[in-house]
Design a protein around this ligand. Structure first.
Ligand code: SF4
Ligand code: FES
Length: 554
């Protein structure tokens, strides 16, 4: 294999690979700002320049190239030798850093990007350490360039990543370079704000603090955040992401690179769709019809009464010769579906099984760069159906309903009691479902209050996807596990834990804390669910990054 030597170490490369790409693939750091693997290579920031030697095609002797070469744009050739740590390369790095900082306000103490800013990091690694610029700095303005994004032009280093993103990835062309020299600035075209479904990615792309997310502005210093690898819990994309949180509160969601799923991006609906996690309308304690509302100090008693009422409601219908039913929301994990449905089937082996309403908005949309935004706004419709169908086949068959046929079965009087789960980020109960369930004894397990929870015999508080671990199956049938980022709010419990607690109560025992990996192992023994032993993509735990600074109480 052809080889290139970078700073004394030889690496193999594929034809057409750039020096920087080979270096990044082998974790060799070469500073770079304008290069991003998803976009064209302008080689404009010049920080990646290096001294390059190559064999003379005639004599074969190794000769230096006359100028420093941009490693992001220079193809590797066999026998090439690259020095990013030679005196000439180092002098260039220092000069570029000095130039970039000439007009920079150096307002790190009030900048959201501080702590994850490449200008800071490279300044420390490759900069001069002090400024020789005595003249007045050019002061470029701060601008509101879209519904969610601010531009602090004075911090911009003109890498043009953001401009190329809107041209090459989204194809929406909102951003441009206006002016020349030290007056040049990023801007939006008049009357065309930065407003597309992927717009938030420019904040991640920006190597400095020039593009800022209004939602996160001044909310939290990034070094206090813990990053937990997770999966999109709102749509069928299965996008890989980080939930970034501190002290039990989610502060932002960022994309996690996975070239098999979402490459480098997530949609804004996924990025900003987590607000219901901390909603005032969260259900926080079990509630039982006919009993006074429980106080937080009575949480254990509330759960005991709630589980007993749930058990009594379903078992009562079965004992009266009627059918039990369970409608599992496509917002729940496969493990949630398995535990809850197993409990209902243990009470009534012929129970009606259904997948809850699957919300859609518009049609799938694929952007210029190939990223697809899914119209299906539920993370696990396929996984829930897969689990329910396997359990149904194991008991000898029977239809797994969708929400409409479930409502029809209830209306036809075929159901004596039902367990209904929600966990949607907003209103989800359709008028048909509400009317059909009007007189049905129900156990509702949900996160937000809704018309069904108002009518239920008992309401049990469930946990949003960031508050539990589990597995989702995305639109392409890929099974992906996600980790719990924060503890469930107040006295809520993960639905698979509720299912295990109910099953244990039915068997007269006490449920242990549920481990989703153990549930998956049990699921894999059910014919039709063998994939859960072999095909689940589990996030690399080394991705979990704890806060590197603890608050000190003084
Ligand atoms: S705003 Fe950020 S991403 Fe855009 S050109 Fe400036 S530094 Fe680069
Ligand atoms: S990264 Fe090579 S010139 Fe900018």
């Amino acid at each position: 294999m052809a080889q290139v030597t970078i700073n004394g170490k030889a690496y193999g490369f594929e034809k057409g690979e750039k020096i920087l790409q080979v270096a990044l693939r082998h974790d060799v750091e070469i500073p770079h700002y304008c290069y991003h693997p998803s976009m064209s290579i302008p080689a404009s920031c010049r920080i990646c320049l290096a001294e390059v030697w190559a064999p003379n095609p005639k004599s074969g002797a190794l000769e230096p190239m006359p100028q420093l070469k941009p490693t992001c744009q220079t193809d590797c050739t066999d026998g090439m030798v690259v020095y990013t740590d030679s005196p000439r390369s180092i002098a260039n790095q220092k000069s570029v850093m000095e130039l970039l900082l000439i007009n920079h306000p150096v307002d790190c103490p009030v900048c959201d990007k501080a702590g994850e800013c490449y200008l800071q990091d490279y300044s420390h690694e490759y900069g001069r350490g002090q400024s020789r610029f005595l003249e007045e700095k050019v002061k470029n303005p701060k601008k509101d360039i879209g519904p969610d994004i601010l531009l602090y032009s004075d911090r911009c280093i003109m890498c043009t990543r953001c401009v190329r993103f809107t041209r090459e990835v989204t194809g929406t062309d909102e951003l441009m370079v206006d002016g020349r020299g030290d007056r040049e600035m990023i801007d939006v075209f008049p009357g065309k704000p930065l407003d597309n479904p992927l717009a938030g990615n420019v904040v991640d792309l920006c190597p400095v603090g020039a593009l800022l997310d209004k939602d996160f502005l001044f909310q939290q210093r990034v070094w206090f955040l813990t990053k937990t690898p997770s999966i999109d819990g709102l749509t069928a994309s299965g996008d890989n992401l980080f939930v970034e949180h501190n002290d039990g509160k989610v502060h932002r969601i960022k994309p996690r690179t996975n070239m098999d799923v979402n490459t480098w991006w997530i949609t804004d609906e996924v990025r900003r769709g987590w607000k219901h996690v901390h909603s005032e309308s969260r259900i926080r304690l079990p509630r039982v019809r006919g009993l006074d509302a429980f106080e937080p100090s009575q949480a254990a008693q509330a759960w005991k009464a709630g589980l007993a009422k749930a058990q009594g409601t379903v078992a009562g219908a079965v004992n009266a010769g009627k059918r039990a039913a369970i409608m599992v929301s496509p917002m729940l994990s496969c493990e949630d579906a398995f535990e809850l449905a197993s409990w209902v089937l243990s009470l009534d082996p012929k129970a009606e099984l259904a997948v809850g309403p699957v919300p859609f908005a518009g049609e799938d949309r694929t952007f210029k760069g190939g990223f697809t935004m899914y119209a299906e706004k539920a993370p696990n419709a396929r996984g829930v159906r897969r689990v329910l169908e396997a359990l149904s086949a194991r008991r000898g068959g029977g239809t797994v309903h969708d929400a409409a046929s479930f409502a029809a079965a209830v209306r036809a009087g075929a159901v004596g009691a039902a367990v209904v789960t929600g966990n949607y980020p907003s209103d989800w109960v359709t008028p048909e479902l509400r009317d059909a369930c009007m007189h049905l004894p129900m156990v509702v397990i949900d996160t937000l209050e809704n018309p069904l929870s108002a009518m239920a015999e008992c309401v049990l508080p469930g946990a949003t996807w960031v508050e539990k671990a589990g597995t989702f199956e995305n639109a392409k049938g890929r099974l992906q596990a996600f980790l719990r980022a924060i503890e469930p709010i107040d006295f809520a419990r993960a639905e698979c834990q509720v299912g295990a607690d109910l099953r244990a109560a039915f068997e007269g025992s006490r449920a242990a804390a549920v481990n989703p990996a153990v549930v998956r192992a049990a699921m894999a023994k059910v014919p039709g669910l063998e994939r859960f032993a072999t095909d689940v993509h589990v996030p690399d735990l080394s991705f979990t990054q704890a806060s590197d600074m603890q608050f000190a109480e003084v």
